[in-house]
Design a protein around this ligand. Structure first.
Ligand code: SIN
Ligand code: FE2
Length: 251
């Protein structure tokens, strides 16, 4: 892998994508028929919002905040390294028993986990240790980004940290393990670029492709809260990996 001057360290233990992984591994929770009735048109093109500042409305309830976290990238990555030292990245297994290509850890009161028992939020890591506290920098960034996207008062109690080495991907899924869907999701990209797949309310709505670079933020809620989304396999590049912070109100 090429390592440029600005290359990022991979925090925690380096793990490779599981060899011989069947297609579809790396998947997150799938469609829930209870939410299938939530439907709205997927806009054909991005339209610039009045608020400017590089904020683009993807569709009602979904915003792309280009470069919103750019000035903080090194400090955010330093926080990830601290968190991973206490709660190591793991390639958790799906309920079906397949290891995910994306390695994950969490911080905050609750963390998203998966194992043979299912997808869920826990107040501890799978080894029983409480998750590291959510850094103030994370909390503030999430609240400011949510507000810029039109969701005031966002107070996340959970931050899932995803680590994508080259080849890692996340299949289309909905974020629907949270207790209620009133709060938005705030998703921060760091390190290697990626192609984000932004789908609709239904699994088979054709997703749009958005290129996410380090420091970009996507936030969605309201009518877009249960939209399908995913990440195409990450290509190798000048950084060691891609990180993604996903802020949520879990409980
Ligand atoms: C996720 O949906 O949990 C991750 C999205 C991303 O990595 O951009
Ligand atoms: Fe997600």
């Amino acid at each position: 892998m090429r390592r440029g001057k600005a290359s990022l360290p991979v925090a925690g233990r380096a793990r490779q994508v599981a060899a011989g992984e069947p297609p579809g591994v790396g998947e997150r929770p799938t469609s829930d028929p209870a939410h299938a009735g939530l439907s709205h048109p997927v806009a054909a093109t991005l339209s610039r919002r009045d608020s400017g500042h590089g904020t683009l409305r993807i569709e009602p309830g979904a915003a792309f905040l280009r470069g919103f976290a750019r000035s903080e990238v090194p400090l955010l990555i330093a926080e990830i390294a601290r968190i991973a030292a206490a709660a190591p990245f793991r390639n958790m297994v799906t309920p079906g028993g397949f290891p995910m290509s994306v390695a994950m850890t969490n911080c905050g009161q609750f963390g998203w986990v998966t194992d043979r028992s299912g997808y869920r939020y826990l107040s501890t890591d799978l080894d029983g240790k409480p998750w590291p506290a959510m850094p103030t920098r994370f909390r503030n960034l999430a609240a400011r980004a949510a507000a810029a996207a039109g969701f005031g008062g966002f107070a996340p109690d959970s931050c899932l940290i995803n680590r994508y080495v080259a080849g890692a991907r996340m299949s289309l899924h909905q974020d629907k393990d949270e207790a209620d869907f009133a709060a938005p999701i705030v998703s921060v990209s760091l390190g290697l670029p990626a192609t984000f797949l932004w789908g609709g309310a239904k699994r088979n709505d054709r997703p749009r492709r958005l290129r996410l670079e380090s420091g970009d933020v996507v936030a969605w809620g309201g009518p877009a809260r249960l939209n399908f989304h995913g990440v195409e396999p990450v290509a190798s590049g000048d950084e060691a990996c891609r990180y993604n912070l996903t802020f949520r109100k879990a409980k």
